[in-house]
Ligand binder design. Sequence first.
Ligand SMILES: [Zn+2]
Length: 215
Amino acid sequence: MVLAHSVLRAARWRRAVLRLPAQVIRGCQVRLSPCGGLGAVTVGLLRPVIVVDPRAWEALEPAEREAVVLHEAAHARRRDGSVLFILRLWSALVPVPSLRRTVDAWREAAEHACDRAAAATLGSPCTVAAALVAVEGSRHGCRGAPPLAVLPVAGGAGLEDRVQSLLAVEHGTTRAAVPALAPVVAVALAAAAIALTVPTHHLVETTLGFLLSSH
Ligand SMILES: [Zn+2]
């Protein structure tokens, strides 16, 4: 129920944001709107929209703005919002600690992947790292409840690790790669599926049916 409420709230917010004027950065539409302290996010499951908090935007240099947009564009390309929603749905239906840890690990891996994609396109991992730090700094003092079905550009545990990873790439040193999580996620979801009952299966179908027809 909490997840459904969050998705509906995110959908309403997305519709409101779409009415705002867009600017095009690196071929991507970007809209400025307060993000509840998240700095920059991609919102929407089927047609993700990139939103940056005006406070974060002002804190960024032009190249760092491009880095933020490229990071969010990578989330949109990978359909990370949809994957995150499905993972959270399963996690809510089957509250197994190992599944929650899988969701957290997937999120961390997704952030690293989008950081690397932005760095590769921009040709400057250091600029992406600087953008992450700047966005994080702009978040202090921001209030509000952000929609759940979004992916922030920075924040939370793992920021330091992401910056260090980017700097390692910048300096040509190697770090252990983030493991591919697709097989892990698949196994976790399969295990969760076994535990599902008929009523919850029906709930999944109903929810996904609503999402696929709600845009
Ligand atoms: Zn991100």
